[in-house]
Design a protein around this ligand. Structure first.
Ligand code: DQA
Length: 147
């Protein structure tokens, strides 16, 4: 069974309470459960980590090297700033998909840049919780070598 590491960055532990008009009322556990159910349909296993610390996310990407087949990353605000996470993902040799609940391109200018975009296969953004399903579907297709 292929392993997909799902990473959640800063403040995503507050989903369900945090700015519900933007991020919805579902919790991170709800989203992870949805990703897991989708992964099971594809014969994939999800391993999830949430951290508010940039270094912990960098280390999780390192730990995925040679062990996981793909990455799905909602790095929260670190998506816009973290060159160390960019470099860690660049050193991962499977497909990585960037994920956001909201559509950063339609929000404040500081969210318009993604430092992960150059090192990821693509981006799923703006679909709320459905994005967790779509990102797993995308990874499943990428692992099959389909487009
Ligand atoms: C987010 C978008 C980011 O800009 C923001 O900092 C987050 C959540 C999203 O899922 O929509 O924390 O990654």
């Amino acid at each position: 069974m292929s392993l997909v590491v799902l990473l959640s960055g800063p403040n995503l532990n507050l989903l369900g309470e945090r700015e519900p008009a933007i991020y919805g009322t579902q919790t991170l556990a709800d989203h992870v459960a949805r990703a897991e159910a989708t992964a099971a349909r594809h014969g994939l296993t999800i391993e999830h980590l949430q951290s508010n610390y940039e270094g912990a996310l960098v280390e999780a990407v390192h730990a995925a090297r040679g062990r996981a087949d793909a990455l799905i990353i909602n790095a929260g605000a670190l998506s816009h700033t973290s060159w160390s996470l960019h470099d860690a993902v660049a050193a991962f040799d499977g497909p990585a998909v960037e994920l956001h609940l909201s559509n950063p391109a339609a929000r404040e200018p500081f969210r318009h840049t993604s430092v992960l975009a150059p090192v990821t296969a693509g981006l799923v953004a703006g679909f709320g919780g459905l994005g967790y399903e779509l990102a797993v579907d995308a990874v499943a297709q990428l692992l099959k070598g389909a487009s």
